[in-house]
Design a protein around this ligand. Structure first.
Ligand SMILES: C[S@@+](CC[C@H](N)C(=O)[O-])C[C@H]1O[C@@H](n2cnc3c(N)ncnc32)[C@H](O)[C@@H]1O
Length: 209
């Protein structure tokens, strides 16, 4: 069984939070039933670590207590979205798996519009995370439509985590995130915020070229 050291903000004592195998099963069944996310037994330590953050924030002392809180009527309304925010893995990048976008531009889009010249292409970024995927798609599709007049498109972005959706909606990213975007597209589609310039002046680092 894995243990996790939790720092108690008040007295710096280390508390050990343990998630039993039985309770892990309860959580993983609940998460699968509610969210469709499969957590095999090897994810127990990961779940334990991520949920510990919620227990700490809520000052709840055991996973049993948290499970009861989560699954009662008000917990399902108030706590379930918070739990989703901590249990989901939101890794993303602009132009992540860049070959996919090359294939989209060079093969999928020409073929689609050849067969559907009057139809708008609808794309769904179902787990969009903080927005890098749908904004990459928007750039790729816009570039394609400039060279292929009449090719219309729309992009729907959804995610089960409210936290990442808020970031996606704001669409403000640290400049490091822009690095995978080709420079010509960066110049064309991105704005650099004054505070980012200031931050990097203060830290003594230049903005990426
Ligand atoms: C690893 S990220 C990938 C993000 C993006 N699609 C990419 O490839 O860069 C997976 C995202 O899917 C979301 N997700 C997981 N299950 C989901 C569900 N059932 N419905 C909607 N979004 C979900 C997670 O919250 C997370 O932000």
């Amino acid at each position: 069984m894995h243990n996790l050291n939790i720092n108690n903000a008040n007295n710096n004592n280390k508390q050990l939070m343990k998630l039993s195998n039985k309770l892990f099963l309860d959580f993983s069944n609940f998460i699968y039933y509610k969210l469709g996310i499969n957590l095999p037994p090897e994810k127990k330590f990961l779940l334990q670590a991520r949920l510990s953050k919620r227990l700490n924030d809520l000052k709840i002392k055991s996973f049993e207590e948290y499970f009861k809180f989560l699954t009662n009527k008000s917990g399902l309304i108030k706590e379930l979205p918070e739990m989703v925010n901590v249990v989901t893995t939101n890794k993303t990048n602009f132009f992540r798996e860049s070959k996919h976008f090359d294939i989209l531009s060079n093969f999928v889009l020409p073929e689609y519009y050849k067969q559907n010249s009057n139809r708008s292409l609808k794309i769904w970024s179902a787990g969009c995370s903080i927005g890098a995927e749908p904004y990459t798609l928007a750039i790729v599709l816009k570039e394609f439509s400039e060279n292929n007049k009449g090719s219309k498109f729309s992009i729907l972005s959804t995610d089960i985590s409210t936290k990442v959706l808020m970031t996606a909606k704001k669409a403000i990213y640290d400049h490091q995130m822009a690095v995978p975007i080709p420079m010509d597209l960066r110049k064309k589609y991105l704005l650099i915020l004054l505070w980012q310039i200031m931050k990097h002046r203060i830290l003594g680092r230049g903005l990426p070229h």
